[in-house]
Ligand binder design. Sequence first.
Ligand code: SF4
Ligand code: SF4
Length: 73
Amino acid sequence: MIPSELPLLDETRCTSCGECVQVCPTQCLEMDGPLPWMPRPGDCVSCGLCVVVCPSDALRLAPHHEPLARAPR
Ligand code: SF4
Ligand code: SF4
């Protein structure tokens, strides 16, 4: 089940450090090239750790949006 809040990425702020992917306790984030995305949004528990660890303030929890979705390439 998709949680009520998921991390929303501001791509203009992301520095591609990968900290959010490393800290996620449920491994629902992955790097896709330079940006994180969420292949498994159903595993997110809205803990906010990725938001807290991001050094460039590029993530926030938000309701009702596409979860770190990337267009297919
Ligand atoms: S809110 Fe928590 S579970 Fe969800 S992506 Fe961020 S670190 Fe992972
Ligand atoms: S922690 Fe922040 S800056 Fe680093 S990859 Fe994740 S979103 Fe980008």
